[in-house]
Design a protein around this ligand. Structure first.
Ligand code: HPA
Length: 240
């Protein structure tokens, strides 16, 4: 079986899939953290790999950027490949004075500027939330990895317009207690809910939209490594 966007066969993906935005990051995780790894998809360069992490089967596949892109890939993983858990691991811009660059934000909820949430024709505004089971396991793993002080949990904003983030708009969402802006979580959370599956979004803060700070390339690498370990350990915890 394959889809227009995925050439993998049924059974090629593990129960839990980590989704960075960038295909190169998917390759990096596969090469540096997984054993017995094999490439299961490369359509449009969206590399998907399956291997083992500490004996647990785990897949990693890129989502591309933005909600339409992650919506396609996550829909297919949930509906056609029997995937149960998707953990997005991405970057975000902080809009909170209590969330510095280098730290991580887990989206307990994902607000959005996108009309993607209207696709289900609900008579109101849907609250896109993560899986509590995944959140709870991720926080437990953060504790074990001594990363808990660097992980903030709260509402994030999934934006459709990277270059449309004006100071006014940032200020309004910040005033509502939203911690950070990224571009994928709301669509992922809605897809998971509609499929009866589970999702979590973990982001490393790559830049601060209130004070202009941003990570150097080495800091970025270290920060992303912590997030990769956290997601991989969460995948192992989910298998127990
Ligand atoms: N907006 C959206 N996504 C992002 C940002 C941002 O400012 N920074 C990193 N990912």
């Amino acid at each position: 079986m394959s889809t227009p966007h995925n050439s993998a066969a049924k059974g090629d993906f593990a129960k839990t899939v980590l989704m960075p935005g960038d295909p190169k990051r998917a390759k990096y995780i596969a090469e540096n953290f997984l054993d017995n790894v094999r490439l299961v998809n490369d359509v449009r360069g969206i590399q998907g790999y399956t291997g083992n992490y500490k004996g647990t089967p785990v897949s990693v596949m890129a989502s591309g950027m933005g909600m339409p892109s992650i919506a396609i890939y996550s829909y297919e993983l949930y509906h056609f490949y029997d995937v149960e858990n998707i953990i997005r691991i991405g970057s975000c811009g902080s809009i909170s004075n209590s969330v510095p660059v280098h730290d991580m934000v887990i989206g307990m909820g994902a607000s959005t500027t996108s009309r993607i949430v209207h696709q289900y024709h609900l008579n109101g505004d849907y609250s896109a939330i993560c899986s509590y089971a995944l959140l709870e396991k991720a926080m437990h793993c953060a504790d074990t990895l001594a990363l808990k002080d660097k992980v903030h949990v709260g509402n994030i904003l999934s934006s459709d317009a990277f270059y449309g983030e004006t100071p006014d708009m940032i200020g309004q969402w910040s005033t509502m207690g939203v911690l950070a802006i990224e571009m994928e979580a709301a669509a992922l959370y809605m897809n998971a809910a509609a499929a009866g599956k589970r999702a979590l979004c973990i982001c490393t803060v790559s830049d601060h939209l209130l004070n202009g700070e941003h990570l150097s390339s080495e800091e970025r690498e270290q920060g992303f490594t912590d997030m990769m370990r956290l997601a991989l350990e969460t995948a192992v915890a989910l298998d127990k």
